[in-house]
Ligand binder design. Structure first.
Ligand code: SAM
Length: 173
């Protein structure tokens, strides 16, 4: 992982293909105490500082019911990240790791996720603990922590499938 967009010993960057529009919409903005990547926690903590997640219109109505969940999963766009490293040296030691074996912010599509503790909801703003992003980071989505969520829609056949019945999908051609 890089802290300030530098390239470290043995790290490998690639030419990025042209960006295509995946149709993402920034639905809000996350306010945190951190303005430097050198100070931002590597992973948020539920006893960390209170952060504000402001939801933009027309999405505020979509907050209906979130207050019932003690924890939420937050997805955000790590907008100040470089996106071209395939091998990274998190400890800056010359030892490198594949990007997909890390939770580094440096990735082709820099999506961060955190499970946060919900402390309050007021006027389109969520108050949470557990973030680890820079002040002003764009919000992509939020949903209940999966361990707290029971699907409201009735189950479907796939919900009861177990074992290797469909293993042919996984076999090499
Ligand atoms: N919890 C998320 C995850 O696991 O997907 C993100 C973890 S990532 C290691 C957190 C680090 O990303 C922070 O310590 C900071 O260095 C960096 N970071 C935070 N906000 C960022 C932003 N908006 N743009 C670029 N880098 C950011």
């Amino acid at each position: 992982m890089v802290r300030e967009n530098e390239i470290r010993e043995n790290e490998v960057a690639v030419d990025l293909p042209p960006a295509t529009d995946a149709g993402l919409v920034f639905i809000g903005r996350i306010s945190t105490p951190w303005t430097s990547r050198m100070e931002t926690p590597r992973q948020g903590r539920h006893d960390g500082p209170l952060c504000r997640i402001e939801i933009f219109e027309p999405w505020r109505q979509a907050l209906q019911g979130v207050e019932a969940f003690e924890r939420l999963e937050i997805l955000y766009w790590l907008d100040r990240s470089r996106r071209d490293l395939v091998l990274q040296s998190p400890a800056n030691s010359g030892k490198v790791h594949g990007t997909f074996s890390l939770r580094s912010p440096v990735r082709p599509n820099p999506i961060g996720t955190s499970i946060v503790k919900l402390e309050g909801v007021e006027d389109g703003v969520l108050l949470v603990r557990g973030m680890d992003c820079l002040d002003g980071t764009p919000l992509l989505d939020l949903k209940p922590d999966r361990t707290l969520f029971k699907p409201i829609a009735p189950p479907q056949p796939g919900d009861f499938q177990t074992g290797d019945d469909v293993a042919h999908y996984c076999k090499k051609a």
